[in-house]
Design a protein around this ligand. Structure first.
Ligand code: B12
Ligand code: SF4
Length: 477
């Protein structure tokens, strides 16, 4: 590195290997942009996303092409530090591949990896030849800055260093510098961005069994509502996205913050869709009134409607209270015609025919309500490293007879998305029974359609249930 020049950091999202085609791509990788924005206050940075610029390779031929393209790209770049975002485990193989290419091309450059997968399994980035210099666990900003500051004096470490980064305080969290991706957006999304994901807060005090969030700092830190609104206005002016998703791990936890934020949001009345996910405890009637005139979709991670499962998932210690609060909030939202979605996870370890029945009985009762704006969406349990279930696999195996059929799927060459779903939840739901929930959910489709208001039905058909669009019983879809 030229000693007089400031070190340049190239941020790269390496893409995913063996991911099923046709799955949606995230247009802008907000976490990576946040890190780049933080460092850009002191050092030159650049942003690249190989998922968008090269694609998601699946076959050997596609992976060869991917490697060639990455080599060509890196050969042309001027940088001193390569910061690789292994945000999810789906990017594990792509991350190591890019690191190896970079190491071959430039033995002296610094290679750093960070994100959820390195936070969960830092040791998986230690190789015989020390391909990676630093593995950062947790929020990456401070550690990255320190590494760059040391580069000038200390140079490259001789072995891979695993660093637990200190997290940012509420005063230190910064907004994205969207100018850093303006050229990227012009080049790859000339028709504009469909979805733009923003974070207004960090940290979640809960510890759900299937979630990796508890591995990070759980302390809730947020922009002031005024800052948050200023940020939203800026993004609206700069990109005119189709939707803004407020993707905080625990959106709107403090009532005072939330109310002020919604009040200001109502004032600016954004001309795009707004989506946020929260918990039923974090929305009351006053909040809902403030949302009534906005194009908003509220999502709830309900996960299960069985008391036992909610306890196993550590979603709540008071399942009955949690579920009745959800019904109450859902009714209020429907009264104001506000679209909202309940996300369910089926086949989490510990699920049995009894717990499935409990969830569907609860759903059947809720589906009695007419003119509702509540849309039910389901997914099978996906096993990701770093969460409580992963750490305590043996407990689930012994107590429920759960079986993890692809416990390290991110290292394999099979379709990774579907491999992550290969979990037998319990002795009672083994064999053919593993798909029972899918049939039970499908059987409720008609009731789901009937319960929805015309507006909610049309929305659900567009966004979640495209097969409803050809439904002759509901000509308004
Ligand atoms: C928002 C979110 C999304 C958004 C992403 C929006 C976007 N623009 O990126 C959407 C809805 C699109 C999404 C999709 C998916 N998600 Co998601 N998502 C989240 C969520 C809720 C919040 C993340 C957050 O708080 N970010 C705030 C920022 C500030 O923190 P951060 O992202 O952690 O970034 C910091 C550190 O990780 C680190 N870091 C990150 N990158 C790098 C890079 C370097 C070099 C360094 C040093 C540090 C570093 O520093 C960052 C800044 O402090 C989390 C957690 C949760 N509660 O569920 C799941 C989570 C990240 N998602 C997860 C998964 C699995 C998925 C999906 C695969 C789900 C699916 N069924 O398809 C897809 C994958 C999409 C893809 N291919 O990229 C998992 C990942 C687990 C794992 N081990 O891989 C999580 C952890 C949830 C879980 N199951 O525990 N997701
Ligand atoms: S699932 Fe949501 S509430 Fe639970 S720990 Fe993760 S972010 Fe928090």
């Amino acid at each position: 590195m030229n000693q007089k020049k400031q070190p340049v950091t190239l941020f790269v999202y390496p893409s995913c290997f063996h991911y099923p085609p046709g799955m949606e791509r995230v247009e802008i990788k907000t976490s990576q942009l946040l890190l780049a924005s933080y460092l850009a206050k002191w050092y030159p940075v650049s942003y690249a996303d190989f998922e968008i610029s090269i694609g998601r390779p699946n076959t050997k031929i596609q992976i060869r092409r991917y490697k060639r393209k990455v080599t060509e790209y890196l050969e042309k770049q001027e940088f001193d530090i390569l910061a690789l975002s292994c945000w999810t485990s789906l990017s594990y193989q792509a991350t190591l591949t890019v690191a190896r290419i970079c190491r071959e091309l430039y033995p002296e450059k610094i290679i750093v990896v960070g994100g959820y997968h390195p936070s969960a399994r830092p040791e998986e980035f230690i190789t015989d030849d020390n391909t990676v210099d630093y593995v950062i666990c947790g929020e990456g900003e401070k550690a990255l800055r320190e590494i760059i500051e040391q580069v000038k004096t200390a140079g490259k470490p001789t072995t891979t260093q695993i660093i637990r980064s200190q997290s940012l305080t509420a005063e230190e969290i910064i907004e994205c510098n969207w100018n850093l991706v303006e050229q990227f957006v012009r080049q790859h999304f000339p028709d504009g961005l469909g979805n733009l994901y923003m974070y207004l807060s960090r940290g979640c005090p809960f510890s759900c069994s299937f979630c990796m969030e508890p591995l990070k700092d759980q302390h809730w830190r947020a922009f002031s509502p005024q800052q948050a609104i200023r940020h939203i206005k800026q993004v609206l002016n700069q990109f005119h996205p189709g939707a803004i998703a407020l993707s905080d791990a625990c959106f709107g936890m403090r009532p005072g913050w939330r109310k002020e934020f919604f009040r200001l949001l109502e004032e600016i009345s954004p001309d795009c869709w707004l989506v946020f996910e929260t918990r039923p405890e974090y929305l009351d009637k006053e909040d809902i009134k403030l949302l009534a005139d906005l194009n908003v979709e509220v999502q709830f991670g309900i996960e299960s409607c069985s008391d036992d499962m909610l306890r196993i998932m550590n979603k709540t210690r008071q399942p009955q209270k949690f579920l009745s609060r959800f019904l109450e909030v859902s009714r209020w939202l429907s009264e104001y015609g506000i679209l909202h979605r309940a996300n369910l996870i089926f086949n989490h370890p510990g699920e049995t025919p009894k717990t499935l029945q409990e969830t569907f009985t609860f759903m059947d009762n809720a589906l009695q309500e007419q003119d509702s704006s509540l849309i039910w969406v389901s997914h099978g349990y996906m096993h990701f490293p770093g969460c409580e279930v992963d750490t305590n696999r043996q407990f689930y195996e012994q107590k429920y007879g759960s079986r993890f059929l692809a416990p390290e799927w991110w290292k394999g060459e099979d379709d990774q998305y579907h491999s992550s779903l290969k979990v037998i939840p319990s002795r009672e739901l083994d064999g053919d029974k593993v798909t029972v929930w899918e049939r039970m959910f499908a059987e409720r489709q008609e009731a789901m359609k009937h319960a929805l208001s015309p507006k909610a039905r049309t929305f659900a058909a567009r966004k979640y249930y495209p097969n409803w669009q050809h439904d002759s019983h509901h000509p308004q879809i």
